[in-house]
Design a protein around this ligand. Structure first.
Ligand SMILES: Nc1ncnc2c1ncn2[C@@H]1O[C@H](COP(=O)(O)OP(=O)(O)OP(=O)(O)O)[C@@H](O)[C@H]1O
Ligand SMILES: CC(C)(CO)[C@@H](O)C(=O)[O-]
Ligand code: BAL
Length: 282
């Protein structure tokens, strides 16, 4: 049995109201579809900690800064619903664009600071689109808990900030990155890699884990990252848009004693890959 698809907010409201009346908790897993095991780990976490689980599937036009990327984004709704079947989620919410952004919609949610560097610098407007749609989806689903993957580390920190700043009554639940055997982080866009490029892609997590390890052993960070960048580009992963160490929470400069994160975005075979790992600075 496939997951039950709900398309209108009225139908969703009827469900969430009855669940709330019964005192049940609601978990939401926001996605853009083309589901894989990374998404399923979020669904499992939601099932384990809330009474009702809604998966949302909405390819949000406002977070795509490239019309080509939006057009090429994989859309596999029926397969997604089938894949969710065994998890017995309560609803797969696939809103029409008009439900999310009705005529006259004029509000943009913008999170200053966190949205500026890295992804924000390379995908102008992306995080305003994410912050706006996440706020709308959290409100539409009346979720008590929302599950986000660490693969999109900057997005996760942005959502945490947004929920704290707007006092939204929802708990953000981070979920670790799910990786393939060669440690490439699973991602819907990986489908667009040719078989040869898919093999090469493993160089990205390899470079991140090796650099983080070397830096935590005391090797100079700037030198390590310069070597990693050169080695990625030699293997055909390039351009490297960024390969940087940031404060894990603010995404600003690393602060002494605070957790740090090594984050990267690289192009391969016309596909943009992102990844991140923890790093301990001396
Ligand atoms: N490999 C993964 N491990 C854990 N969480 C993941 C993974 N891939 C995606 N997610 C999470 O799933 C949620 C929905 O992500 P999304 O639908 O954009 O999928 P995606 O695979 O990240 O696609 P893409 O990066 O190609 O847009 C996000 O919270 C994201 O962080
Ligand atoms: C959180 C999200 C579903 C908002 O469109 C998207 O950015 C994603 O899939 O990570
Ligand atoms: N997974 C993050 C959504 C995006 O790339 O637009």
């Amino acid at each position: 049995m496939s997951a039950p698809i709900i398309r209108s907010l009225a139908e969703l409201n009827a469900l969430t109201q009855s669940w709330k009346r019964a005192g049940e908790t609601i978990g939401v897993v926001p996605t853009m579809g083309a589901l894989h095991d990374g998404h399923m780990s979020l669904v499992r976490a939601a099932k384990a900690s809330t009474d009702r689980v809604i998966v949302t599937l909405f390819v949000n036009p406002r977070q795509f800064n490239s019309p080509e990327d939006f057009a090429k984004y994989p859309r596999t709704e029926l397969a997604d619903a089938a894949l969710l079947g065994p998890y017995q989620v309560d609803a797969l919410f696939v809103p029409e664009g008009g439900e999310v952004y009705p005529e006259g919609h004029s509000t943009t949610v913008s999170v200053a600071g966190i949205s500026a560097p890295l992804e924000g610098a390379h995908r102008p407007g992306h995080f305003d689109g994410v912050a706006t749609v996440v706020t709308i989806l959290l409100n539409m689903t009346r979720a008590d808990r929302a599950f986000f993957g660490e693969k999109d580390w900057q997005q996760l920190q942005l959502v945490k900030r947004l929920v704290a700043d707007l006092r939204l009554p929802v708990e953000i639940m981070p979920c670790p990155s799910v990786r393939a055997e060669d440690r490439l982080a699973l991602s819907s866009r990986n489908q667009r890699l040719s078989p040869e490029a898919r093999v090469k892609a493993a160089a990205l997590p390899a470079a991140l884990f090796a650099s983080a390890e070397a830096i935590s052993q005391g090797k100079d960070a700037a030198e390590t990252l310069a070597e990693a960048r050169a080695s990625l580009e030699t293997r055909g992963l390039g351009p490297v848009e960024y390969l940087e160490i940031c404060d894990a929470e603010t995404l600003g400069l690393p602060r002494p004693g605070a957790p740090a994160r090594l984050l990267a975005a690289v192009w391969l075979d016309g596909v943009r890959l992102i990844d991140n790992v923890a790093v301990r600075l001396g």
